[in-house]
Structures are given as C-alpha cells and as structure tokens.
Design a protein around this ligand. Structure first.
Ligand code: ZN
Ligand code: ZN
Length: 259
C-alpha cells in the first residue's frame, strides 16, 4: 500500500541529523513518494539537491508569502533555472497569501503570487498554494489567473466546505494535513467527507503540524499514514482503496512517473 506525502520540508535543518532514518521510517509506513517543498532563495536549491539524491523524493521551488518582501529579480530567474534544470522538480510553490502572520505586505504577497502563477503557466507545471486567513483574496487571484489551466493543489487546507467547493470549481486538488486529526478540527472532518476521492490528497507539511498522537513533536513523512487513516475513517472508506485513489491523484497532479 503506497502513499504519497505531497508536502514535506525534508531539506529543513530539523532533518539534517537523521534524514536517512526518517526516509526509512517513511518507506516502512508505505510512504514511498514524497514531495519536498522549497520556500525561498536558500531552501529551493536545497530541496532540489535532496530530491536529486534520494529516490522517491521530488521537489518544488517557490517563494513563500512570508518571504515575498525579500524576492528579487534574481530569485525569479533562479526559480525558472531550477525548475527547468531538474526532472525531479514537479511543480512551483509554495506560493500564495498569508494574512495571519503578515510577514510581507499584502500587495507584495499578491504581486509575488501572481508572478509565480505566470511562471508556472509558462513552464506548464502545477502550483502548490499556501493560504492562511486569506481565502477570499487567494481564490480571487486563482480565478483571475485561471489556475485550472495550470493545475495545482491547495495545501494544508484550512477552509470549510464552501471554500473547498470553490477550490474544486477552480480545478484544484485539496490536500489535508495533520489538523484533520485534531480534536478541534473545526470544518475539516466535513471537508474530508465532501471532497471527491479523485481530488483529494494528504500531506504532512513536516516538520510542522504533526497528526495525533504526535502533536507537539517533530512531524515526519511516515505520519502521513495517520492522517490518511483518519480521513478514511471520517469518510467511512476502505483505507486501502482511499490510499490508492489519493496516490493516483497525487501522481496525476505532479505528473509523477508510475513506479
Ligand atoms: Zn504552507
Ligand atoms: Zn509547507
């Protein structure tokens, strides 16, 4: 039973000491494929380098909304170089809007987001969207930029069924992370039941947001199996059948070679 962790940050320093053991535990849990997500100038080349070295690990490159204010012309050029330069790069992102932490001004976040959507269109590569406390604004931009023609995933989905419906209408895949396992999961159980299985994937967003019962510790790809199991339970679905469907959806989203 194979599973894909569609959103990890394996190249982050939290994994520097024991990456081999982390990857081995992932494979032991059936997580055979992972996408390690770049976020800025430093982490993008690190993500690609790690994917190049590790079988089953793919990468994306992007500028996170937190880092939007720092983005230079050279950073956009580097994104394009990295995306074109490695077959292991399967998408652009993470990119989007974060009006919760507000580490970059809103107008700058929007500009950097749109520019990356344009680049993804040019490169014909899917996008990984980060959206926190900015659903209306993010969805408006995605509609204007016709993201359905590009393809992409709303990562660590945090909205309700209404927002999920609008994401689906835009052609996006929805990715659920550890919070769907939490006691205070709010609308996420409803979302887990609502999204059709051919539009649904799971992720860890590790080292952040570990699912139950690992809250408060470092997250890692092996734990995506716990999130997948909770989603199957919420849907009343056979876990093996759901996992197979989510793996197919992830493979289609990122155009991963059948393995
Ligand atoms: Zn994110
Ligand atoms: Zn992330």
């Amino acid at each position: 039973m194979a599973l894909v962790d569609t959103h990890a940050h394996l190249h982050f320093p939290e994994f520097a000491e024991d990456l081999d053991a982390v990857l081995e535990r992932a494979r032991g849990a059936g997580v055979t494929t992972m996408v390690t997500i770049g976020t800025d100038r430093e982490t993008n080349p690190a993500a690609v380098g790690l994917a190049e070295r590790c079988p089953g690990v793919y990468a994306t490159v992007g500028i996170h909304p937190h880092d939007a204010a720092e983005a230079t012309e050279e950073d956009f050029a580097a994104l394009e170089r990295l995306a074109r330069g490695s077959a292991k790069v399967v998408g652009l992102g993470e990119m989007g809007l974060d009006f919760f932490r507000n580490l970059s001004p809103h107008d700058v976040q929007e500009r950097v987001f749109r520019r990356q959507l344009g680049l993804a269109r040019q490169l014909a590569t899917p996008v990984v969207i980060h959206c926190r406390d900015a659903h209306a604004e993010t969805l408006a931009i995605l509609a204007e930029e016709r993201v359905g023609e590009i393809g992409g995933v709303m990562h660590c989905f945090s909205g309700d069924v209404e927002v999920a419906k609008r994401c689906l209408d835009l052609g996006l895949v929805i990715s659920l992370a550890g919070p769907v396992t939490y006691k205070n999961a709010r609308a996420l159980p409803d979302v887990a039941r609502f999204v059709p299985e051919d539009r649904l994937v799971v992720e860890t967003d590790c080292p952040f947001l570990p699912p139950e019962p690992h809250r408060g510790k470092r997250n890692e790809p092996a734990y995506v199996a716990l999130t997948a199991a909770r989603v199957a339970e919420l849907r009343g679905a056979d876990p093996e059948i759901l996992n197979a469907a989510m793996t197919r959806t992830a493979a289609r989203l990122f155009r991963l070679a059948e393995s």
